[in-house]
Design a protein around this ligand. Structure first.
Ligand SMILES: [Zn+2]
Length: 207
């Protein structure tokens, strides 16, 4: 019997590092979170869907990476995700990110710097992963690179969370007036509107 085809990831964040954080779904829900990143195959799917890897690269990695390495890389990706979540949600809550989690990010960002290579582009120098496409860690490194590109620049100021308190998915607000409030207007936006509408109706009935 073959496994059912997994549902595609809901990539709404506008940035792969934030999409990674959102793979722990319903993180703050009373009913408990839902892990969407359970296997190395999931990590490959995420990286391919985010266009960090080509479909062909992902297929090749799925065939060639040894189980032990796959497990290790998945654990590292989850560690990266949880450090990102700790830092970003601390900011969302107006608090100070825990130093230990910043150190974890430093370790991941250092690994990126250690492995990627500086190549000659047309008219500039470019960081490149060429020659490393078949390393088991490549999806992890590319996600860490996206995270460092985001967090170590002023782009970080544009990170927002969904206004639905049970969702709180992260996204990059690149709207002109910085007014994006929902991870997805169709789901969370409408749900919250309906809730507010319901609350107002009850208020007016009670008065
Ligand atoms: Zn949402």
């Amino acid at each position: 019997m073959s496994n059912p085809v997994p549902k595609p990831f809901n990539l709404l964040a506008g940035n792969p590092a934030l999409d990674l954080v959102n793979t722990m779904d319903l993180r703050f829900s009373a009913n408990g979170p839902e892990e969407l990143l359970s296997t190395y195959a999931d990590l490959l799917r995420l990286a391919a869907q985010s266009r960090l890897l080509t479909a062909e690269q992902a297929r090749k990695l799925a065939r060639t990476v040894r189980e032990k390495d796959a497990q290790q890389v998945l654990a590292s990706a989850v560690e990266l995700r949880e450090a990102l979540a700790a830092v970003l949600y601390a900011w969302m809550d107006g608090g100070k990110p825990p130093a230990a989690q910043v150190e974890t990010l430093e370790r991941h960002f250092r690994a990126v710097a250690l492995h990627r290579r500086l190549r000659l582009g047309e008219s500039q120098l470019v960081w490149s992963w060429s020659g490393l496409e078949q390393e088991a860690e490549i999806p992890l490194w590319k996600l860490a690179e996206a995270a460092s590109d985001l967090l170590v620049t002023s782009e970080a100021e544009r990170v927002r969370e969904c206004g639905d308190p049970t969702c709180r998915w992260l996204f990059l607000d690149i709207s002109k007036n910085h007014t994006r409030r929902w991870c997805n207007m169709k789901t969370c936006g409408n749900r919250m509107k309906a809730r507010r509408h319901h609350a107002r109706q009850q208020e007016s009935e009670a008065s």
